[in-house]
Design a binder for this molecule. Structure first.
Ligand code: 6PG
Length: 243
């Protein structure tokens, strides 16, 4: 499902409402809500809104468990840290119990951190499949999502839920949830905004299947729902013109 919003602000308000709605549905059905957060810039405003009324007053914070879809392997206080961004904008301002926030610390040893994160997820899901209630994703202008970057070995990973990845163009290690893990989620929501995403969004959604070049195409929830929240600028190439 693709939802187009006039601008980033209205997209962010819709995303905040989606998160609160999914949280309340999950808590009503299973007593808890698990979400994997995206990093980057697009979700910042959504996270800020979640710390403000009305969203702040509507969410079951005490039943919420926060994971990350990916993390840069930098110190927690590094401006590039996805966990730092989420804490500054949102998590430090709402009463989620600290033990229910599961940051991914991989600054020292990416491979070991990926194994530890996978073990943490396996424990959380009591050795069943990683059915996160919600995974938030962004879309890079090169077609990556989470830290599933074009041409990297992690795109072929099927045996693990989390894996390290070296992003040469950034000279940076990251750890990411793998596509098979993300595809177990009950809901996967992509947030994409701005003209810079229009071309890649058109390729991902309407172009030929080429997940090695466009890893976002790997995201096809096994039984869950896939929703794209985009703004008009990102949607501008999604007209009916033949691909
Ligand atoms: C990250 C993100 C990444 C992001 C895209 C889009 O750690 O960088 O998880 O997948 O979602 O790069 O980033 P923007 O929202 O900044 O365009």
């Amino acid at each position: 499902m693709i939802e187009v919003y006039p601008d980033l602000e209205s997209l962010s308000r819709a995303a905040a409402s989606l998160i609160v709605t999914q949280a309340n549905l999950a808590v009503a059905a299973r007593g808890r809500f698990s979400v994997a957060l995206s990093g980057g810039n697009t979700p910042r405003r959504t996270y800020e809104l979640l710390a403000q009324p009305p969203w702040r007053d509507q969410a079951p914070w005490d039943r919420m468990h926060v994971f990350w879809g990916d993390e840069r392997c930098v110190d927690p206080d590094d401006p590039r840290s996805n966990a730092r961004m989420a804490r500054e904008t949102w998590l430090d301002h709402v009463p989620i119990p600290g033990k229910q926030i599961h940051p991914l610390h991989c600054a020292q040893a990416p491979a070991a951190a990926a194994r530890e994160y996978e073990a943490e997820l396996q424990e959380f899901f009591a050795d069943g499949p990683p059915c996160l209630d919600l995974v938030l994703l962004g879309l890079g202008d090169n077609g990556h999502t989470a830290s599933l970057f074009p041409g990297t070995p992690v795109l072929e990973e099927t045996g693990h839920w989390a894996a390290p990845v070296y992003v040469a163009e950034q000279d940076l290690y990251r750890v990411t949830l793998t596509a098979p893990c993300i595809n177990q989620a009950r809901v996967v929501a992509f947030l994409a905004a701005g003209t810079g995403k229009a071309a890649v969004l058109r390729e991902v959604l309407h172009g030929p299947r080429d997940p090695g070049r466009l890893p976002a195409q790997l995201i096809q929830p096994q039984s869950g729902e896939l929703v794209w929240l985009i703004d008009l600028e990102a949607a501008v190439r999604l007209t009916g013109e033949p691909f």
